[in-house]
Design a protein around this ligand. Sequence first.
Ligand code: NAI
Length: 344
Amino acid sequence: MIKVAFYDTKAYDKPSFEAYGGQNGIEFRFLETKLNTDTAALAEGCGAVCVFVNDDVNAEVIEKLYKSGVRLIALRSAGYNNVDVKAAFGKIHVVHVPAYSPYAVAEHAAALLLTSVRRIHKAYNRTREFNFSLNGLTGFDLHGKTVGVIGAGKIGRIFIDICRGFGMRVLAFDRHPADDGIEYVSLDDLLRQSDVISLHCPLTDETRHLIDGAAIAKMKKGVVVVNTSRGALIDAEALLEGIKERKIGAACLDVYEEEADVFFEDRSGHIMDDELLSRLLSMPNVIVTSHQAFLTQDALDNIAETTVNNILSYYKNAGLCDNELCYRCGNIERCKSDRKQRCF
Ligand code: NAI
């Protein structure tokens, strides 16, 4: 039996993982706590850990896991900015789920955008209280507007297709623009021309605070900013300033820079310590969801199936796994395509 410590377990994780794990000889030790230096010891006796986006898998944690016999970190997410892949190299293999449902995330971005521009969140609350007034609910047509997509990868492209369905003009900025019929422009041009800006690039040293005060200064007045990628792509203080100055017309946030201590939990009975988040939530033109974009049943099933297959590949396929993240060649994802043997 393969034993896997499963950190940051939520009720919606268990059914799919129990089902796929049980069928494949994997016993998950479901832990509610997140993985950090204090909780790494809970993986004692397990050969692998399964982690999510807010588990902090830093070099110290990796060292502790390694000493306790863990040889595999199985991310049940696509993003891996929370894992020190460099520190893991040579000690613990890291696998992730590169795609489980890009549709789930792209559709959530579209849902947030439509909710915001048509004030659905406000209308919903009003009509439940028999308030049928339309005052203050004026939106705008997406048709004919320009959307700027930063990061035209799997999710970004699906979002682009959705926006094209609305009759929007689409501009994209990507580090590796493809010859794919999408109009790629410089980041500056995208910022200056877009009525809606949606972020779909990964969080890296290069993209941290990609949207800062200087970027916001270049944007059109009234721009709608959508972020379903990673919180730290946006400098949240600069975003708040942009909203206060009426430069940013609306913000739709599924992620937030300091979300790790807040998101995914019921904090309704607590005093909110994060004043920046409180202030953002108090704005009538800000919609926040709690890193929910991935959360469809289709995605959960795909995540569990791929994670279980990743774990099985490691244990049963001489360690060779297509979804391994490897630091060796310096390009963590590129070497996946022509990998013939395990990374170390
Ligand atoms: P992907 O790897 O298919 O696409 C990312 C794109 O960003 C690529 O085209 C890449 O060339 C581009 N890119 C990389 N660095 C860039 C830079 N410095 N400037 C501009 N473009 C750059 O990834 P995918 O599957 O589309 O996911 C995108 C992101 O969405 C993930 O990194 C993750 O952070 C986020 N995500 C959020 C979820 C949620 O529940 N909110 C769920 C899943 C992913």
